[in-house]
Write a protein that binds this ligand. Structure first.
Ligand SMILES: [Zn+2]
Length: 173
């Protein structure tokens, strides 16, 4: 795992102030949402993660932005800018162009504070979306099953066990 390139966690700033020439894999013209509402640390972290997995990560094209949103997520979503907590959106939804499960496992090993796995979400021909965020405090990981039910866990092992059990039951079914 590479070290962070030039920033420490904590002191956040808007992605509109980011030096985008240092970002290798993303551009400010992608579907982030308004850059003055998106965390610069989030963009930087996603770029480092993209570099590590070596798979293109397509920002979710729907909604207000793949990072910033004002609706359509959980009530205290890290996509939202919430007074006194996150000034900038610190979550992003992406579709790995290929190797979905390898990238999902890499996300669980990475320093993301929250990871959501959506194996049945689709973007054109691509199936499988990841939610990645820089929440602080206790880690939360989850997946959305084929019935659209969100299943939350504290550890990646508990999450993976649940996913495997669910897929196993489908195979048996
Ligand atoms: Zn999300």
């Amino acid at each position: 795992m590479k070290t962070e390139k030039w920033l420490s966690r904590g002191a956040d700033f808007p992605a509109s102030h980011l030096n985008w020439s240092l970002i290798l894999h993303f551009s400010p013209r992608e579907h982030w949402g308004p850059l003055d509402k998106v965390s610069g640390l989030l963009v930087s972290e996603l770029d480092s993660f993209r570099d590590e997995v070596e798979v293109p990560l397509i920002l979710t094209p729907v909604g207000e932005g793949a990072a910033y949103a004002t609706k359509g997520h959980a009530p205290k979503s890290w996509h939202y800018c919430i007074e006194g907590r996150n000034e900038y959106a610190r979550a992003v939804d992406v579709f790995p162009a290929w190797d979905f499960w390898r990238v999902a496992l890499a996300a669980l090993e990475w320093r993301w504070g929250g990871v959501g796995i959506y194996p049945f979400a689709k973007c054109g021909e691509i199936e499988g979306m990841l939610h990645l965020d820089l929440r602080v405090g206790e880690r939360v990981v989850w997946w959305r099953d084929q019935d659209g039910v969100y299943r939350y866990f504290r550890t990646k092992d508990a999450l993976l066990e649940d996913i495997l059990r669910s897929f196993h039951e489908r195979l048996q079914g």
